[in-house]
Design a protein around this ligand. Structure first.
Ligand code: HPA
Ligand code: ZN
Length: 326
Protein backbone atom coordinates (compact mmCIF):
# COMPACT_ATOMS: atom_id res chain seq x y z
CA UNK A 1 0.00 0.00 0.00
CA UNK A 2 1.56 3.34 -1.13
CA UNK A 3 0.37 5.39 1.88
CA UNK A 4 1.76 2.85 4.31
CA UNK A 5 5.04 2.54 2.35
CA UNK A 6 5.44 6.32 2.27
CA UNK A 7 4.94 6.63 6.02
CA UNK A 8 7.17 3.66 6.79
CA UNK A 9 9.92 5.39 4.80
CA UNK A 10 9.74 8.60 6.85
CA UNK A 11 12.31 8.57 9.68
CA UNK A 12 10.18 8.80 12.82
CA UNK A 13 10.61 9.02 16.58
CA UNK A 14 8.07 7.70 19.07
CA UNK A 15 7.71 10.11 21.99
CA UNK A 16 4.70 8.68 23.87
CA UNK A 17 5.01 4.98 24.57
CA UNK A 18 4.44 3.21 27.88
CA UNK A 19 6.69 0.17 27.73
CA UNK A 20 4.34 -1.77 30.04
CA UNK A 21 1.62 -1.01 27.47
CA UNK A 22 3.56 -2.91 24.79
CA UNK A 23 2.96 -6.20 26.65
CA UNK A 24 1.18 -8.40 24.09
CA UNK A 25 -1.22 -11.10 25.37
CA UNK A 26 1.01 -13.91 24.01
CA UNK A 27 3.97 -12.46 25.89
CA UNK A 28 1.80 -12.06 29.02
CA UNK A 29 1.19 -15.82 28.98
CA UNK A 30 4.91 -16.55 28.35
CA UNK A 31 6.01 -14.38 31.28
CA UNK A 32 3.23 -15.75 33.53
CA UNK A 33 4.37 -19.30 32.77
CA UNK A 34 8.06 -18.69 33.35
CA UNK A 35 7.41 -16.71 36.54
CA UNK A 36 4.59 -18.99 37.80
CA UNK A 37 2.11 -16.10 38.04
CA UNK A 38 -1.62 -16.91 37.92
CA UNK A 39 -3.64 -15.04 35.30
CA UNK A 40 -7.44 -14.62 35.38
CA UNK A 41 -7.49 -15.52 31.64
CA UNK A 42 -7.06 -18.89 29.91
CA UNK A 43 -6.61 -17.84 26.29
CA UNK A 44 -5.26 -14.95 24.23
CA UNK A 45 -8.80 -14.50 22.87
CA UNK A 46 -10.16 -14.07 26.39
CA UNK A 47 -7.53 -11.41 27.07
CA UNK A 48 -8.30 -9.50 23.87
CA UNK A 49 -12.02 -9.66 24.62
CA UNK A 50 -11.30 -7.90 27.94
CA UNK A 51 -9.75 -4.95 26.04
CA UNK A 52 -13.04 -3.10 25.55
CA UNK A 53 -12.71 0.20 27.36
CA UNK A 54 -15.08 3.12 27.83
CA UNK A 55 -12.64 5.42 29.61
CA UNK A 56 -9.07 5.75 30.91
CA UNK A 57 -9.73 4.05 34.27
CA UNK A 58 -11.22 0.93 32.59
CA UNK A 59 -7.97 0.56 30.71
CA UNK A 60 -5.69 1.35 33.66
CA UNK A 61 -7.26 -1.39 35.81
CA UNK A 62 -6.42 -4.06 33.25
CA UNK A 63 -3.05 -2.52 32.34
CA UNK A 64 -1.85 -2.64 35.97
CA UNK A 65 -3.10 -6.22 36.22
CA UNK A 66 -1.17 -7.22 33.09
CA UNK A 67 2.03 -5.69 34.47
CA UNK A 68 1.99 -8.22 37.35
CA UNK A 69 3.64 -10.85 35.13
CA UNK A 70 6.78 -8.69 34.80
CA UNK A 71 9.18 -9.85 37.51
CA UNK A 72 12.78 -10.24 36.33
CA UNK A 73 15.42 -8.16 34.59
CA UNK A 74 15.09 -10.55 31.66
CA UNK A 75 11.34 -9.83 31.43
CA UNK A 76 11.95 -6.09 31.13
CA UNK A 77 14.77 -6.65 28.64
CA UNK A 78 12.60 -8.92 26.47
CA UNK A 79 9.61 -6.58 26.70
CA UNK A 80 11.70 -3.63 25.51
CA UNK A 81 13.41 -5.59 22.75
CA UNK A 82 10.09 -6.87 21.37
CA UNK A 83 8.84 -3.27 21.22
CA UNK A 84 11.98 -1.99 19.47
CA UNK A 85 11.72 -4.75 16.82
CA UNK A 86 8.20 -3.55 15.99
CA UNK A 87 9.34 0.09 15.97
CA UNK A 88 12.19 -0.69 13.57
CA UNK A 89 9.79 -2.58 11.26
CA UNK A 90 7.57 0.56 11.23
CA UNK A 91 10.45 2.83 10.18
CA UNK A 92 11.00 4.19 13.68
CA UNK A 93 14.56 5.37 14.36
CA UNK A 94 14.30 6.66 17.94
CA UNK A 95 11.98 6.27 20.95
CA UNK A 96 11.59 7.99 24.32
CA UNK A 97 9.87 5.34 26.39
CA UNK A 98 7.92 5.77 29.61
CA UNK A 99 8.08 3.34 32.49
CA UNK A 100 6.05 3.27 35.71
CA UNK A 101 8.44 2.25 38.53
CA UNK A 102 5.76 2.43 41.25
CA UNK A 103 3.70 -0.27 39.51
CA UNK A 104 6.62 -2.60 40.14
CA UNK A 105 8.19 -1.38 43.39
CA UNK A 106 4.76 -1.41 45.09
CA UNK A 107 4.60 -5.21 44.50
CA UNK A 108 8.16 -5.85 45.66
CA UNK A 109 10.12 -5.67 42.39
CA UNK A 110 13.19 -3.50 43.07
CA UNK A 111 13.69 -0.33 40.99
CA UNK A 112 17.06 -1.70 39.83
CA UNK A 113 15.51 -4.84 38.31
CA UNK A 114 13.18 -2.71 36.20
CA UNK A 115 15.75 -0.08 35.20
CA UNK A 116 18.61 -2.53 34.49
CA UNK A 117 16.35 -4.73 32.36
CA UNK A 118 14.98 -1.82 30.31
CA UNK A 119 18.43 -0.23 29.86
CA UNK A 120 19.84 -3.57 28.68
CA UNK A 121 17.01 -3.87 26.15
CA UNK A 122 17.64 -0.32 24.95
CA UNK A 123 21.39 -1.01 24.50
CA UNK A 124 20.62 -4.22 22.59
CA UNK A 125 18.17 -2.36 20.33
CA UNK A 126 20.78 0.24 19.47
CA UNK A 127 23.40 -2.46 18.79
CA UNK A 128 21.20 -4.87 16.83
CA UNK A 129 18.59 -2.61 15.20
CA UNK A 130 20.26 0.81 15.11
CA UNK A 131 17.29 2.27 17.04
CA UNK A 132 18.27 4.86 19.65
CA UNK A 133 16.23 5.52 22.76
CA UNK A 134 15.85 7.44 26.01
CA UNK A 135 14.08 6.52 29.23
CA UNK A 136 11.39 8.66 30.93
CA UNK A 137 10.36 7.79 34.49
CA UNK A 138 6.65 8.43 35.11
CA UNK A 139 5.17 9.25 38.49
CA UNK A 140 1.75 7.68 39.02
CA UNK A 141 -0.59 10.59 39.72
CA UNK A 142 -3.17 8.51 41.64
CA UNK A 143 -0.47 7.95 44.30
CA UNK A 144 0.74 10.68 46.65
CA UNK A 145 3.63 13.12 46.48
CA UNK A 146 5.60 11.18 49.09
CA UNK A 147 5.58 8.05 46.92
CA UNK A 148 6.76 10.13 43.94
CA UNK A 149 9.64 11.52 46.04
CA UNK A 150 10.57 7.97 47.13
CA UNK A 151 10.66 6.99 43.44
CA UNK A 152 12.95 9.91 42.61
CA UNK A 153 15.24 8.80 45.47
CA UNK A 154 15.31 5.21 44.15
CA UNK A 155 16.22 6.57 40.71
CA UNK A 156 19.13 8.64 42.05
CA UNK A 157 21.89 6.15 41.00
CA UNK A 158 20.38 6.01 37.49
CA UNK A 159 19.89 9.71 36.78
CA UNK A 160 22.71 9.75 34.22
CA UNK A 161 20.68 7.18 32.22
CA UNK A 162 17.22 8.74 32.62
CA UNK A 163 16.31 11.61 30.29
CA UNK A 164 13.30 12.92 32.12
CA UNK A 165 10.24 12.42 34.27
CA UNK A 166 6.57 12.29 33.32
CA UNK A 167 3.16 12.06 34.97
CA UNK A 168 0.59 9.41 34.06
CA UNK A 169 -2.33 7.28 35.34
CA UNK A 170 -5.77 8.58 36.47
CA UNK A 171 -5.93 12.21 35.38
CA UNK A 172 -9.24 13.59 36.65
CA UNK A 173 -8.96 14.46 40.35
CA UNK A 174 -5.14 14.34 40.24
CA UNK A 175 -4.08 17.73 38.83
CA UNK A 176 -0.47 18.57 37.94
CA UNK A 177 -0.32 20.93 40.97
CA UNK A 178 -0.25 17.85 43.23
CA UNK A 179 3.27 17.15 41.91
CA UNK A 180 4.69 20.70 41.79
CA UNK A 181 7.45 20.00 44.33
CA UNK A 182 8.63 16.65 42.96
CA UNK A 183 8.76 18.13 39.46
CA UNK A 184 10.80 21.06 40.79
CA UNK A 185 13.18 18.58 42.48
CA UNK A 186 13.38 16.58 39.25
CA UNK A 187 14.22 19.73 37.28
CA UNK A 188 16.98 20.57 39.77
CA UNK A 189 18.52 17.17 38.99
CA UNK A 190 18.76 18.11 35.30
CA UNK A 191 15.83 15.98 34.14
CA UNK A 192 13.51 16.95 31.29
CA UNK A 193 9.84 17.28 32.28
CA UNK A 194 6.71 16.00 30.55
CA UNK A 195 3.18 15.32 31.78
CA UNK A 196 -0.03 13.76 30.53
CA UNK A 197 -2.62 16.56 30.48
CA UNK A 198 -5.86 17.26 28.65
CA UNK A 199 -6.54 13.60 27.80
CA UNK A 200 -9.63 13.43 30.04
CA UNK A 201 -8.73 16.37 32.28
CA UNK A 202 -9.82 19.98 31.59
CA UNK A 203 -7.80 22.76 29.91
CA UNK A 204 -6.91 24.02 33.40
CA UNK A 205 -4.73 20.90 33.89
CA UNK A 206 -2.81 21.83 30.72
CA UNK A 207 -2.29 25.36 32.05
CA UNK A 208 -0.98 23.80 35.27
CA UNK A 209 1.38 21.49 33.37
CA UNK A 210 2.83 24.57 31.64
CA UNK A 211 2.80 27.14 34.46
CA UNK A 212 3.25 25.03 37.60
CA UNK A 213 5.28 22.06 36.35
CA UNK A 214 7.01 23.88 33.49
CA UNK A 215 6.90 20.91 31.13
CA UNK A 216 9.21 20.68 28.12
CA UNK A 217 6.62 18.65 26.21
CA UNK A 218 2.95 17.81 26.66
CA UNK A 219 1.46 14.31 26.47
CA UNK A 220 -1.94 14.21 24.69
CA UNK A 221 -3.19 17.81 25.12
CA UNK A 222 -6.41 17.18 23.19
CA UNK A 223 -8.60 19.26 25.48
CA UNK A 224 -6.30 22.29 25.17
CA UNK A 225 -8.24 23.05 21.97
CA UNK A 226 -11.26 24.03 24.11
CA UNK A 227 -9.33 27.13 25.24
CA UNK A 228 -8.24 29.60 22.55
CA UNK A 229 -5.72 31.43 24.79
CA UNK A 230 -4.16 28.11 25.80
CA UNK A 231 -3.95 26.99 22.18
CA UNK A 232 -2.22 30.28 21.29
CA UNK A 233 0.26 29.76 24.14
CA UNK A 234 1.14 26.26 22.90
CA UNK A 235 1.58 27.51 19.33
CA UNK A 236 3.65 30.53 20.41
CA UNK A 237 6.06 28.54 22.56
CA UNK A 238 6.25 25.68 20.05
CA UNK A 239 5.34 23.03 22.62
CA UNK A 240 5.46 19.51 21.23
CA UNK A 241 2.21 17.56 21.74
CA UNK A 242 2.45 13.77 21.81
CA UNK A 243 -0.90 12.79 20.30
CA UNK A 244 -2.13 9.17 20.35
CA UNK A 245 -4.95 8.59 17.82
CA UNK A 246 -5.76 4.89 18.42
CA UNK A 247 -5.50 5.38 22.18
CA UNK A 248 -7.96 8.29 21.96
CA UNK A 249 -10.33 6.08 19.97
CA UNK A 250 -10.10 3.07 22.31
CA UNK A 251 -10.50 5.18 25.46
CA UNK A 252 -13.44 7.10 23.96
CA UNK A 253 -11.60 10.45 24.11
CA UNK A 254 -12.86 10.85 20.51
CA UNK A 255 -15.98 9.22 19.04
CA UNK A 256 -14.20 8.26 15.78
CA UNK A 257 -10.88 8.79 13.99
CA UNK A 258 -12.76 10.90 11.43
CA UNK A 259 -13.45 13.44 14.19
CA UNK A 260 -9.95 13.27 15.71
CA UNK A 261 -8.49 16.79 16.29
CA UNK A 262 -5.04 15.99 14.79
CA UNK A 263 -5.74 17.75 11.51
CA UNK A 264 -7.08 20.79 13.33
CA UNK A 265 -3.99 20.82 15.54
CA UNK A 266 -1.74 20.94 12.46
CA UNK A 267 -3.89 23.64 10.84
CA UNK A 268 -3.62 25.74 14.01
CA UNK A 269 0.19 25.48 13.91
CA UNK A 270 0.51 23.21 16.93
CA UNK A 271 3.59 21.00 16.97
CA UNK A 272 1.73 17.67 17.00
CA UNK A 273 3.26 14.21 16.77
CA UNK A 274 1.71 10.75 16.34
CA UNK A 275 2.35 7.99 18.89
CA UNK A 276 1.01 4.60 20.01
CA UNK A 277 0.68 5.11 23.83
CA UNK A 278 -0.09 1.47 24.81
CA UNK A 279 -0.01 -0.43 21.51
CA UNK A 280 -0.77 -3.92 22.87
CA UNK A 281 -3.98 -2.60 24.42
CA UNK A 282 -5.10 -0.07 21.80
CA UNK A 283 -4.76 -2.14 18.63
CA UNK A 284 -1.80 -0.67 16.80
CA UNK A 285 1.86 0.33 16.85
CA UNK A 286 3.38 3.54 15.47
CA UNK A 287 2.81 2.92 11.75
CA UNK A 288 -0.80 1.82 12.31
CA UNK A 289 -1.46 5.05 14.21
CA UNK A 290 -0.12 7.13 11.30
CA UNK A 291 -1.87 5.12 8.58
CA UNK A 292 -5.26 4.93 10.24
CA UNK A 293 -5.43 8.58 11.28
CA UNK A 294 -4.06 9.71 7.88
CA UNK A 295 -6.74 7.69 6.07
CA UNK A 296 -9.52 8.90 8.37
CA UNK A 297 -8.54 12.59 8.13
CA UNK A 298 -7.24 12.59 4.55
CA UNK A 299 -3.80 13.86 5.58
CA UNK A 300 -1.49 14.55 2.65
CA UNK A 301 2.21 13.75 2.31
CA UNK A 302 3.27 17.24 3.37
CA UNK A 303 1.28 16.88 6.60
CA UNK A 304 2.64 13.38 7.21
CA UNK A 305 6.22 14.56 6.68
CA UNK A 306 5.49 17.44 9.08
CA UNK A 307 4.34 14.98 11.74
CA UNK A 308 7.46 12.85 11.30
CA UNK A 309 9.68 15.96 11.39
CA UNK A 310 7.94 17.15 14.56
CA UNK A 311 8.72 13.81 16.21
CA UNK A 312 12.44 14.19 15.54
CA UNK A 313 12.72 17.88 16.47
CA UNK A 314 10.41 17.34 19.46
CA UNK A 315 12.66 14.63 20.87
CA UNK A 316 15.17 15.13 23.67
CA UNK A 317 18.12 14.36 21.37
CA UNK A 318 20.65 17.19 21.69
CA UNK A 319 20.51 18.15 18.02
CA UNK A 320 16.72 18.54 18.17
CA UNK A 321 16.92 21.55 20.49
CA UNK A 322 18.58 23.55 17.69
CA UNK A 323 15.66 23.28 15.26
CA UNK A 324 12.88 25.91 15.42
CA UNK A 325 9.24 24.96 14.74
CA UNK A 326 8.59 26.75 11.46
N1 HPA B 1 -3.04 7.91 30.14
C1 HPA B 1 -2.70 7.95 31.43
N2 HPA B 1 -1.94 7.05 32.00
C2 HPA B 1 -1.48 6.05 31.27
C3 HPA B 1 -1.79 5.94 29.94
C4 HPA B 1 -2.61 6.93 29.33
O1 HPA B 1 -2.95 6.91 28.13
N3 HPA B 1 -1.18 4.81 29.49
C5 HPA B 1 -0.51 4.28 30.53
N4 HPA B 1 -0.69 5.02 31.62
ZN1 ZN C 1 0.15 7.75 27.82
Amino acid sequence: DPLSDFIRGLPKAELHLHIEGSLEPEQMFDFARRNRVDLPFRTVEEVRAAYAFTNLQDFLDIYYQGAQVLRTEEDFHDLAMAYFRRLAADGGVHAEIFFDPQTHTDRGIPFQVVADGLLAGMAAAERELGVTSRLILCYLRHLDEESAFATLAAAEPYLDRIAGVGLDSSEVGNPPSKFARVFQASRERGLKLVAHAGEEGPPDYVWQALDILGVDRLDHGNRALEDAALTRRLVDQGTTLTVCPLSNLKLCVVPSLETHPLRRMLDLGLKATVNADDPAYFGGYLLDNYVRVAAALGLDRVQLARLARNSITGSFLDMAAQVPHL
